[in-house]
Design a protein around this ligand. Structure first.
Ligand code: PRP
Ligand code: GUN
Length: 175
């Protein structure tokens, strides 16, 4: 059905990596009051898979981060909507996202969350495009390093589509 999409990371590779990540997080956060916080929309597939691999008690939260181009905002201004943020004061927060690219989203989300006085903030992503990363922030956990290519699937979209693909793929030129 999607023969023209080149598979970069297969469904089985993703499942094995998410399982390993869940085990590592279970070990690292065993004794803590943990909140897993997904960044909408791209993280939804990872966060629902990952939370079922985390074997320690935790709460789930979701917040939205979007880039707007509007009359009242700067081009590409990143808006973080914290209306749905649960109580995180004194808790360990694991931010989960599908991809760490420039790192702007994760950097801004972490900065915004500090105001709510969590005990500590850590981050986990499926993909890290290291060659594009700006600034000092790095993901604490990541499953795969990927080259500088625009990827879709497993939550990642192109114009709102392809999020449902169970693998990570690269679109052909001019799709
Ligand atoms: O490291 P960065 O360069 O900031 O890029 C990473 C962000 O880009 C994508 O979100 P996008 O803004 O496309 O929104 P979406 O999750 O709704 O698809 C992705 O889900 C990350 O949140
Ligand atoms: N779909 C998608 N969204 C992104 N956001 C930042 N990098 C990417 C990417 O490679 N693919």
């Amino acid at each position: 059905m999607h023969d023209d999409i080149r598979c970069l990371i297969s469904e089985s590779e993703i499942h094995a990596a998410v399982e390993r990540l869940g085990r590592q997080i279970s070990d690292d956060f065993g004794d803590s009051e943990l909140t897993v916080l997904g960044i909408l929309t791209g993280s939804i597939v990872l966060v629902t898979d990952l939370m079922r691999r985390i074997e320690v008690r935790h709460q789930l939260g979701l917040i939205q981060a979007s880039s707007y181009r509007g009359e009242t905002t700067q081009p590409d201004e990143l808006i973080i909507n914290l209306e749905t943020l649960p109580e995180i004061r004194g808790r360990d927060v694991l931010i989960v996202d599908d991809i760490f690219d420039t790192g702007r989203t994760m950097t801004k989300v972490q900065r915004e969350l500090e105001r709510f006085q969590p005990r500590r903030i850590r981050s986990a992503v499926l993909l890290w495009k290291k060659s594009r990363t700006e600034g000092p922030v790095r993901p604490d956990y990541h499953c795969f390093d990927i080259p500088d290519e625009f990827v879709v699937g497993y939550g990642l979209d192109y114009n709102g589509e392809y999020r449902h693909l169970p693998y990570i793929g690269v679109l052909p030129p001019q799709s």
